[in-house]
Design a protein around this ligand. Structure first.
Ligand code: PGA
Length: 251
């Protein structure tokens, strides 16, 4: 399966920095012959700067696509401050990240909210990256599979297919902390997610499962070579074109 290398830029950057980073990543992908045949690439700037990425990525067959870090639960209407899935699609977004642990933690998003957002995104033709992952205390209590299994079945709508859905396993304790799950833990959890997927979708063996949480050039080769790891959702290291590309090359 072709790996997906996705950069979650979170709430970082400026207009100028977004332009530079997008241009640098695009140039680096194009300079590395054959890389775009081996990996798919997506970047997720903050809402306000998606337009900057759009300006840079004008080629219809660009090896780099862009998306948003969230979308509204509802369709267009009286929802002050929200951005709808329809608007994102209209703006050329290919993907939307949903249920990131920072959304769950700071905005109280539940599995049910994530599921409804994902159904809305699918209805508008967006692909979703649905994030799941346990906290440190849940892992310490031995609950990681129960938590991840519940999040997976609770967050994925009926509309999910291998074409429109990617799962990202991101242990909360590994995000932005420099701590990474061991390849053995990742293998175990990704295998568990793959098994859980079989219950829902016949073709589950082809749904991509990304790993996220302090993925860096130094640990990417090992993580990305782990069974059932079909790419990475990269935060901190995706803000540097060199590091982002080094991760892709490791894949
Ligand atoms: P990190 O973030 O790579 O900075 O740990 C990953 C994520 O939150 O998607």
């Amino acid at each position: 399966m072709k790996k997906l290398i996705a950069g979650n830029w979170k709430m970082n950057g400026s207009w100028a920095e977004t332009r530079n980073l997008t241009e640098n990543i695009l140039k680096a992908i194009e300079a590395e012959s054959g890389l775009a045949d081996k990996c798919d690439f997506a970047i997720f700037p903050p809402y306000l700067y998606i337009g900057v990425a759009k300006e840079v990525l004008t080629e219809a067959d660009s090896p780099l696509v862009y998306g948003a870090q969230d979308c509204a639960l509802n369709g267009n209407g009286a929802y002050t401050g929200d951005v709808s899935a329809a608007m994102l699609r209209d703006f050329g977004c290919e993907y939307v990240i949903l249920g990131h642990s920072e959304r769950r933690q700071y905005h109280g998003e539940t599995d049910d909210v994530v599921k409804k957002k994902a159904a809305m995104a699918h209805a508008e033709g967006l692909k979703t990256i649905i994030c799941i992952g346990e906290t440190e205390s849940e892992r310490a209590a031995g609950l990681e599979k129960r938590v991840v299994g519940t999040q997976l079945s609770g967050s994925m709508p009926e509309s999910a297919t291998i074409m429109n859905t990617v799962i990202a396993y991101e242990p909360v304790w590994a995000i932005g902390t420099g701590k990474t799950a061991t390849p053995a833990d990742v293998k175990d959890m990704h295998g568990f997610i793959r098994e859980k997927l079989q219950e829902r979708i016949e073709i589950a063996k082809n749904m991509r499962i990304l790993y996220g949480g302090s993925m860096k050039p130094g640990n990417a080769a090992e993580l990305l070579a782990t069974p059932n790891v079909d790419g990475g959702l990269i935060g901190g290291a995706s803000l540097d074109a060199g590091q982002f590309l080094a991760i892709a090359k490791a894949a």
